[in-house]
Ligand binder design. Sequence first.
Ligand code: BG6
Length: 517
Amino acid sequence: MKINEQLEPTVFVIFGGTGDLAWRKLMPALFDLFLDRRLPQLFSVIVLGRGKLADDELRHHLREGVSQFSRLGKVEIGQWKQFADQLQYLQGDYDKPETYSTLENQCTRRDKEWGSKAQRIFYLATPPSMFGEISKCLGEAKLARDRKRTRIVIEKPIGYNLSSAIALNNSLADAFDESQIFRIDHYLGKETVQNILAFRFANPLFEPIWNRHYIDYVAITVAEEVGVGTRGGYYDGAGALRDMVQNHLMQLLCLVAMEPMVSFDANEIRNKKVDVLHAVRPIHHDAVHQSAVRGQYGKGWLSGNEVCGYREEDGVALESQTETFVALKLFVDNWRWQDVPFYLRTGKRLTRQASEVVIQFRSVPHQSFPPEASIDWQASRLVISIHPNEGIVLRIQAKHPGPQMHLRTVEMKFNYQETFSAPSPDAYETLLWDVMKNDATLFMRADQIEAAWRLLMPVLEVWAVAPPSDFPNYAPGTWGPEAAQGLLLHPGHSWPLPAEDPKRPWCPPCQNPPPAK
Ligand code: BG6
């Protein structure tokens, strides 16, 4: 394989690089890019941390994470050595000017060695509370000056609410131009999420029916089987609305509802996405209970194991009122989507892990088949499955073989694993590569973040002053609290049941026996 010569020489600086994010996600992704020959030929990683650590200790520590989480499997010693030679540790306090002058020296030293001005990427894998301070210090040290060659990367959560998100965006903007700021939502790096754009806009077939005339409702589910695990401390201050809806689910909503882009330019796509958020009907404070349902898991059983309730998790308050489940009903007020409900839900400790978008088409305008032919009749449905079953299924009606006219629900399927021999890269591989290519298409812009917060603020505000009286209100292994049913607009609407068996994931209704002759 040829070394990737397209990417400019790069110094990749990771603040908080000895932490969990770098260990589980960033290093394995960089290592996999290295194995795939997709890193720049001249490449160096500076891991910044506050503790004392020798380069060898750092490499040893990171190697363990890479062995566990690299997509490409076992780490071969020779390859690791080659990769690890590019890693270097730098000790420093994030609020001390000396740290930044040392960093500047290190970067300049590489420029000299390489005989070329390298691009500098500052990845903030620190707690979000430090984003503003580090960005300010980078600005003061003149490390953000070169607009073409310097970038800052931050992870969600971007703010805790609208005002803190605006404050953070403003402080980033003091040092960096918006074109230099890359805000990661790892959902956007997933192949199947990117495929929503490909599916919608590379196939003229669906675009004419992708609107209120043909679509009855849209349901977006991001269900997790896991609980909060070791992240109770963070999660208890955030909750599902901030942790999942404000970012991942809003991004999915945008991709499903956006207008066709004119070009594949990053800002053009992001403009179209933010238009969706601006068109979402505001939720008024006094109508929050008609649009949003919250839940918290209690203790119980899941997949044959006894699991503790949310309030018993490490780092969680005994009387915690934090939601681990959210369901929302939203409307996008524009010509395409007027009055089509978008049902969104996400939660932890649900029946199984499943992320999918369901497009439920309207019924036929007139049922011309005799009633006995259509006992099993169901309206057409498109399921875009993001995880764990990556693919798309179209559920349609077909004639069941036999002398009589009986309709059966059948499926047309596209599955990533079966169709493509190449494995999907991890979302972080895609996103880190895009940062190095300076392609911001898959990253969130300041206005998107703020629009999403603006939309959700009434829900957060009402929930904050009206604590739930029924928490915990759902058992592990269920699809969340019963109250989520109350959001459904029409009797014919339902929360779709995500796929059951990973090997045969698609809609359980299709397993109905054929109608009796
Ligand atoms: C993160 C959330 O952003 O996404 C976690 O903070 C959640 O709470 C995770 O578990 C889900 O991501 P994925 O890729 O496993 O669906």
